[in-house]
Design a protein around this ligand. Structure first.
Ligand code: UGA
Ligand code: MN
Length: 344
């Protein structure tokens, strides 16, 4: 049954067989004419198959490795966090209407949205909340509280009253802020115009057991203010301005564990003489804290220590229209916004 054999080996081999003079009895000759090349092909397959497998394996490994590299940098920090504590970070931000506020808040929202287990309390220094700010908060996907408290008479217009209202809110809404998954929290006062490294939250603030203090860049009339750490303890501060304060630290340079906040009724007053006008040391002293309570962060390296928060200030843009009328007695007409929302 020559036809059957031909079918088994396929058309190409059939024609090979025919070419090699196997016409009379294809079934008989097919082993001689076709069998050998088939065996050779099989042997080749056996021989090179191992290379094919090896290259497939190599490709899979390279693909997997490059997939790791393709991951954006920040989720790596997030993953590192899962090994640590799940303390809720409570960030308190006073904010007020000015031309640069929307972009400032936008940058801050973009940073904070990389941090999990973070509740953002934003306090508007005004009579009402602003929809454009609320939109930024919504889009951040963070749990947040946005409330309005216009600076009360007697308080400096520097966010002190707003932080006081936030502390009161935290004390009377603790379980709502913490949710079911968190037993502990840390409170941080993050102003709307600073520049924050995500690691400030994931590596420093999250780990504050009582009072964490770290370096702040571009603050206090110098390039960096930092706690002076000797044998892991802080008994002085590397600062230029008012170094005698019990806590010579900018608002951006510390965080307190929630239990410290809840165990006291300290708030920001209308002034702080001990701070030479700056409110930080008064608040921390009123919370019953001492220098021995300080847990310093980020001092471990001998050199090239990294700064995780910068006391930047967004400059007010030079608006031609407003400038032109600066010497005029008439109020300047508002700049043209072409239907776009700008806080002018
Ligand atoms: C510095 C410190 O970094 C602040 O933490 C501190 O509160 C302030 O000094 C002070 O003198 O008490 P600085 O950059 O000079 O801050 O001040 P701003 O950033 O202009 O204001 C601090 C915060 O308060 C900001 O979040 C700002 O939006 C808010 N603020 C300011 C108001 O809510 N209302 C105002 O009228 C002014
Ligand atoms: Mn500022």
């Amino acid at each position: 049954m020559p036809g059957n054999t031909i079918k088994v080996f396929g058309d190409k081999l059939e024609s090979q067989a025919l070419q090699k003079g196997c016409e009379e009895d294809i079934e008989k000759h097919c082993r001689r004419c076709i069998g050998k090349p088939t065996m050779r092909t099989l042997n080749k397959l056996r021989k090179y198959g191992i290379y094919v497998l090896f290259f497939m394996l190599l490709f899979a490994m390279v693909f997997q490795f490059s997939a790791d590299l393709r991951q954006p940098a920040y989720p790596v920090f997030k993953m590192a966090e899962t090994n640590g504590t799940n303390r809720m970070i409570i960030v308190v931000t006073p904010t007020y209407k000015r031309m640069t506020r929307i972009p400032d808040m936008l940058r801050m929202a973009n940073t904070l949205s990389h941090v999990k287990d973070l509740h953002w309390i934003v306090v508007e220094d005004g009579n009402r909340t602003i929809p454009a700010v609320e939109e930024i908060l919504k889009r951040s996907n963070l749990p947040y509280t946005y409330m309005a408290h216009k600076t009360a008479v007697g308080y400096p217009r520097r966010g002190w009253y707003q932080r006081t209202m936030a502390l009161k809110f935290i004390r009377s809404n603790t379980s709502q802020i913490l949710g079911k998954e968190h037993e502990e929290g840390v409170v941080y006062f993050g102003d709307d115009d600073n520049s924050y490294d995500i690691r400030l939250f994931t590596e420093y603030i999250r780990n504050v057991k009582t009072l964490g203090i770290w370096a702040v860049g571009l603050v206090g009339g110098t390039v960096v203010e930092a706690p002076k750490v000797i044998d892991g303890k802080v008994n002085a501060f590397n600062v230029k301005w008012n170094p005698k304060r019990r806590f010579a630290v900018d608002m951006a340079g510390f965080a307190v564990n929630l239990k410290v906040v809840l165990n006291s009724d300290a708030v920001f007053g209308t002034s702080c003489k001990r701070g030479g006008g700056a409110p930080e040391t008064c608040l921390l002293e009123d919370m019953g804290l001492e220098r021995e309570d300080i847990e310093p962060f980020g001092h471990e390296k001998e050199k090239d220590r990294e700064i995780f928060v910068w006391h930047t200030k967004t400059s007010t843009p030079n608006i031609a229209q407003a400038k032109k009328n600066a010497n005029s007695t008439k109020p300047a007409p508002p700049p043209e916004t072409y239907g776009y929302f700008v806080e002018v």
